[in-house]
Design a protein around this ligand. Structure first.
Ligand code: G6P
Length: 587
């Protein structure tokens, strides 16, 4: 979703900001823009499409020591230069970029129009810059404070003032200040400035920052009081966030699962045992997440049922309002989110906190909002995941949930052993020959109109996740089903040659899923089996290690590779699928 980077310092600001935007591309966007202060005037450039190979010399902005840039993922108003950020106030002295949604923008816009403010876009963001302009006679800081107090919804905005200062406010969406040598950055996420500095200061919700030549000063938005901040040194390395020898982030991150599973498993065992105890004692546990993380939560429900004989409830975070009435102080919420910023998950957490329920989060981004609003956090340690399509974060999340399920059954050591063996098997599995075998399958499937995936038990949620992978990268219609549900409707969709991927783990569901595969084959379906053992029903067999209760972890990996190669063969961008965003900060 939208990305922000601003710079103030001795370097050429438009170049630094343009470079920062390239680092933010992974978030997913459809237009972009840069505003800078050049010889006392604000100059803008806005474009539809990708930043791609754009050079500073193409921008025509001239030299500047202060600039702000934005990648926009359209919400209010179509994808156009006019709606791209930055937005200007009537005088052209303020340039503003924004992440989030101004839920009350219609009434604010009417009020500001009645006060003679001229609007040139359809974007909700434009009201913020006119609001700041409205109060500018109070000074920039107070104007930002007043404007922020009138906005409803989750937001983060940065405003560049032609007097030479930058102000930024956070009311729900993340902003991080980077502090280099005599230079300062503000960004929606750290990779935007990681090549310049690793020293950061986090803005909390309800805070703002003013940055002039002397550096940043933080304030509480409600009280106006100065807020003290600590400088945190980030230990990410720049290379980890680059493609290295790989052509795309997606395949690099899929291959990194050779290591990330080990990292995910190395958790503080005392903490795992403590949380397992809390799950046992809780009066109702909810697993909440969105998209792929939602499917991980659903797999978690199966892990707890099968391994710990414990009923935990899975809920898609955007649907959680329907469950809110079950919350009470003894409820436990386990939120799963790679970004730690997903708006719907944050809303579910807020509802839990309101009822004084305990919140535990499984996260991949250090310093994210969820980290601050949770009682306990497990980092899944997958490292920076840049492809929009989640892979290594997913298997890391599955691993931590599996550990928790084993711990809840009082069998933590057994769970750990299983996961260590699985990590080692994945290490062997992910070799060039294996990738080639799946690439050949992609060559057969890339013209398919539909691909169906079936699974049972632990692998039913993984069939759903597999469908997401294929949809995201290849735009082929893919759908996952519980094997037993096929004959209640979906089997009507099977005709000669329809591809159907069958997740056949070596567990108590094996014979039944094979029967379901037979039913599909009998109607002309082309069966692709993902299984530790071959079977006569498979037209194409993809071997996976026999991982017992960890089968969801190994079974999703070949589909990730398939999804990658489908995109490449179809000439699509596997890292940045159309319409999607890595961090979904709007509801
Ligand atoms: C987006 C991402 C998905 C992710 C989902 C939830 O749709 O593209 O990969 O599963 O958001 O995000 P989260 O950060 O909460 O895991």
């Amino acid at each position: 979703m939208c990305g922000i980077i601003a710079y103030l310092g001795p370097k050429d600001a438009p170049s630094v900001v343009l470079d920062g935007l390239k680092k933010l591309e992974y978030r997913g966007y459809d237009s972009w823009g840069i505003g800078c202060l050049s010889k006392g005037k604000i100059l803008l450039v806005k474009k539809v499409g990708k930043v791609g190979q754009a050079k500073t010399s193409d921008l025509g902005l001239g030299a500047a020591g202060m600039a702000v840039g934005h990648t926009r993922w359209a919400t209010h108003g179509g994808i156009s230069e006019k709606n791209a950020h930055p937005h200007l106030d009537c005088s052209g002295k303020l340039a503003l970029v924004h992440n989030g949604i101004v839920e009350n923008y219609q009434e604010l816009r009417k009020r500001l129009q009645a006060q003679n403010h001229k609007f040139v876009s359809e974007s909700d963001t434009e009201v913020i810059v006119h609001l700041v302009e409205n109060y500018l006679n109070l000074g920039l800081r107070k104007a930002v404070e007043r404007a922020a107090s009138e906005l409803k919804g989750r937001s983060a905005f940065v405003v560049l003032d032609s007097s030479g200062e930058i102000a930024a406010a956070r009311t729900g969406s993340p902003l991080i200040v980077g502090c280099g040598e005599g230079e300062f950055f503000i960004a929606s996420d750290i990779p935007a400035f990681l090549s310049h500095t690793r020293k950061v200061m986090y803005l909390d919700d309800g805070q703002m920052v003013m940055i002039g030549k002397a550096g940043p000063q933080f304030f509480d938005l409600a009280s106006g009081k100065e807020a003290k901040k600590r400088v945190v040194e980030i230990d990410w390395n720049v290379e980890a966030a680059e493609k290295g020898d790989y052509e795309h982030f997606l395949i690099k991150e899929i291959m990194e699962q050779k290591d990330t599973l080990w990292q995910a498993i190395s958790q503080d065992e005392a903490k795992i045992a403590k949380v397992a105890g809390q799950i046992k004692d809780a009066y109702g546990t909810f697993l909440v997440g969105c998209g792929t993380a939602g499917k991980v939560c659903m797999a978690g429900e199966y892990f707890f049922a099968k391994i710990a004989r414990k009923h935990v409830n899975f809920a898609v975070a955007s649907e959680f309002p329907s469950y809110e009435s079950f919350l009470q102080p003894r409820t436990l919420m386990i939120a799963v989110s790679q970004s730690g910023e997903t708006a719907d998950v944050l809303e579910a957490i807020a509802a839990a906190r309101k009822k004084k329920a305990r919140v535990i989060s499984l996260l991949n981004v250090f310093g994210s909002t969820m980290m601050r609003v949770s009682d306990e956090v497990f980092m899944v340690n997958a490292g920076v995941e840049k492809a929009v399509v989640s892979t290594k974060a997913t298997t890391a999340q599955l691993s931590v949930l599996l550990l928790l399920a084993y711990a809840s059954a009082g069998r933590l050591a057994e769970g750990k052993r299983l996961l260590l063996d699985t990590a080692s098997a994945v290490n062997d599995m992910l070799n060039p020959r294996y990738e080639e075998h799946i690439k050949r399958l992609a060559e057969r499937l890339h013209q398919s109109e539909h691909i169906y995936i079936i699974g049972r038990g632990l692998n039913y949620p993984i069939a759903l996740e597999a469908a997401i992978k294929i949809q995201e990268t290849s735009y082929i219609h893919a759908e996952g089903f519980a094997g037993g549900e096929l004959k209640h409707g979906p089997i009507a969709l099977i005709s000669r040659g329809t591809p159907c991927i069958v997740m056949a783990a070596n567990d108590d569901s094996f014979h039944e899923i094979i029967s379901n595969a037979m039913e599909v084959k009998a109607r002309g379906g082309h069966i692709i089996g993902i299984s530790p053992q071959n079977n006569e029903v498979f037209d194409y067999w993809i071997k996976v290690p026999d991982a017992g209760n960890a089968s969801p972890i190994v079974n999703i990996i070949p589909v990730q590779i398939l999804a990658y190669h489908l995109a490449v063969i179809k000439g699509l961008d596997p890292d940045m699928p159309r319409n999607l965003a890595k961090s979904v900060t709007v509801k």
